[in-house]
Design a protein around this ligand. Structure first.
Ligand code: ATP
Length: 245
């Protein structure tokens, strides 16, 4: 098996010493798309911020390419990490093309991923629709030598068709270029359709890890037990229903 692009060892994450996520042990290998699921407040964003280098771990390690890293996001970005968030992170005053260039993305590769962007190259990014902006954001991340994508709610508030295009592009980058991706996604069914594996966070701990096929089989139970209600991370979590591992 190939070495992980990303690995955590007993990672604890949180804010100002308050633990939100505990004892996280996950891996993302080249070519793998992983879904990180959990109810509101279960700690998904906190996890991604820590993996991206935006938050310091409270304990444990983050390893990228087999090496423990404490580098901030801009240094991890140079090593091939891309972090995409729900906030449309385009420069509104620059054109689509300029946004790609500033992001060191290859224009031809970007339009191969999203042909929709081709007629929009000279348009100001601030004038693009929400879906177009998120395509631009993802194209900027994928049309450069990105090895590892961390995406937080890539498709929040977007039309189903656009959600499908974004997730398909991530799957294709994994299949064709060996991208490893860790996706936090509200569209659970959609992400399970393209994911290889799943980690399910509940009250800040992993409660289920398995293949996307296993998760799909148990989707009703997962949704009813873990995703339906608003959870508060960091609380006790003995009241969980075991799922097959
Ligand atoms: P959602 O699906 O609603 O985005 P999430 O699973 O991404 O939720 P987080 O955003 O990681 O959850 O939040 C987990 C917990 O951490 C919540 O209880 C939240 O209030 C808390 N939290 C988030 N940001 C901070 C912060 N800057 N300082 C202190 N606590 C925070």
């Amino acid at each position: 098996m190939t070495d992980p692009l990303l690995m955590t060892r007993g990672l604890h994450c949180g804010y100002r010493g308050v633990e939100i996520v505990r004892d996280l042990n996950i891996t993302v290998r080249p070519g793998e798309v992983i879904a990180l699921l959990g109810a509101n407040g279960s700690g998904k964003t906190t996890t991604l911020l820590t993996l991206a280098g935006e938050l310091k771990p409270l304990a444990g390690d983050v390893l990228i390419d087999g090496r423990v890293t404490t580098a901030p996001l801009h240094k991890r970005a140079r090593q091939g990490l891309a972090f995409v968030t729900e906030e449309r992170s385009t420069f509104a005053n620059l054109t689509t093309r300029q946004n790609l260039t500033v992001g060191r993305a290859n224009i031809m590769a970007a339009t191969a991923i999203f042909p929709e962007l081709e007629p929009l190259m000279s348009r100001g990014a601030g004038l693009l629709s929400g879906g177009e902006q998120q395509m631009l954001t993802l194209a900027r991340a994928l049309a450069r030598p990105t090895k590892l994508l961390l995406a937080d709610e890539l498709s929040l508030g977007l039309a189903p068709k656009t959600v499908g295009k974004l997730l398909t592009a991530v799957r294709a980058a994994a299949d064709e270029h060996g991208l490893g991706a860790l996706l936090v996604e509200q569209h659970v069914h959609r992400v399970l359709d393209i994911a290889d594996r799943v980690y399910l966070l509940h009250h800040g701990r992993i409660r289920f890890s398995g293949t996307a096929a296993e998760a799909r089989k148990n989707i009703d139970e997962i949704q009813a037990t873990y995703l339906a209600s608003t959870a508060t991370a960091g609380q006790g979590s003995k009241d969980t229903v075991p799922l097959p591992h």
